[in-house]
Design a protein around this ligand. Structure first.
Ligand SMILES: Nc1nc2c(c(=O)[nH]1)N=C([C@H](O)[C@H](O)COP(=O)(O)OP(=O)(O)OP(=O)(O)O)CN2
Length: 291
């Protein structure tokens, strides 16, 4: 058979196009069991369809750009709210969650900072289905299948989850209550110390990192009330003070790394301390003391 004619005829055969780690979703999640928890999910995408006249299902350039942009717009740097979660109530911009252990979290933020889902609990599987429904309309007509897979970065050792908001950030990081799942590494006198990193990570599961100047008050129930106004709107959060770390400056990853290094320098006097803190996947800051 003429090979060119064969390729043209073969265009009717469906096949899959995949993009691994097309994007990362960094978000906060309200959860009846866990309270406010920072999450980072990697996203793989598989498209199923038939080749067009260029021999492609969907040019990687626009495919990656358009799908990532839509996922970012829908959930990245937002607080994900499962509207049927036990203990959750919503009045306008105000959300309140009483967790399974009786702690109460109050949150207020503009519509652009949250994503509401008709669910009791936010899971990667639920988000895969929800995002798939929203993304279908973007796809060219030669594509009839879309499969998203959300999963956590494989981190063999220490990692923690936190939420925060960077009031002065000109992008979506200004949204209070978005979060991350991050690895952390510690060296003392140039020796890797996974045991110390693990101890630190164990204390930082599900924390909120705030800035002192955004801490308006602490109430009689022991909750910190953070509040600020950023370009996207007014944000407020009331949450158990025991789940908060309050920094002198903005909760950037540089300041987080420096905070951990400072604490470790106090408990390891005379030693060289290095902390490698991540923010989500593949990026972060290294802070050193005692050099
Ligand atoms: N030097 C720093 N820059 C930024 C910090 C920081 O701590 N130090 N933090 C942020 C935000 O908190 C944000 O959560 C991280 O943003 P990023 O992952 O870059 O977000 P994007 O969605 O824009 O990037 P993608 O590559 O699309 O995931 C911002 N900057």
């Amino acid at each position: 058979m003429n090979p060119v004619a064969g390729q043209t005829a073969g265009r009717d055969r469906p096949l899959d196009l995949f993009v691994e780690q097309l994007t990362h979703i960094d978000c906060g999640v309200l959860d009846t069991e866990l309270g406010l928890i920072g999450r980072t999910w990697l996203v793989d995408v598989v498209l199923t369809g038939r080749r067009d006249e260029h021999g492609m299902l969907f040019d990687f350039g626009p495919a990656k750009r358009e799908i990532k942009a839509e996922i970012d717009a829908l959930v990245d740097h937002r607080l994900l709210v499962p509207l049927r979660a036990p203990g959750l109530s919503r009045h306008g911009d105000k959300l309140s969650l009483t967790t399974a252990d009786g702690a109460r979290i109050d949150y207020e933020g503009p519509e652009t900072a949250i994503a509401t889902l008709d669910a009791e609990c936010v899971t990667p599987e639920l988000l895969e289905d929800w995002l798939t429904e929203h993304l279908r309309t973007l796809l060219p007509t030669n594509i009839d299948g879309l499969q998203l897979t959300l999963y956590e970065e494989s981190i063999p050792d220490a990692h923690y989850h936190y939420c925060h908001g960077l009031r002065t950030h000109d992008g979506n990081c200004q949204r209070m209550g978005h979060g991350h799942r991050c690895r952390v590494g510690v060296e003392i006198d140039d020796q890797d110390r996974p045991d110390i990193a693990r101890d630190w990570a164990a204390r930082w599961q599900g924390i909120y990192i705030g800035e002192q100047s955004d801490l308006a008050t602490t109430d009689d129930a022991g909750r910190h009330h953070f509040a600020y106004t950023a370009p996207q709107g007014n944000f407020a959060l009331a949450i158990d003070a025991a789940r908060c770390v309050v920094l002198d400056g903005p909760p950037t990853v540089e300041n987080v790394a420096d905070h951990i290094a400072g604490e470790l320098a106090l408990s390891h006097p005379g030693k060289r301390v290095a902390v490698r803190a991540y923010e989500g996947v593949g990026k972060g800051a290294i802070a050193r003391r005692g050099d």
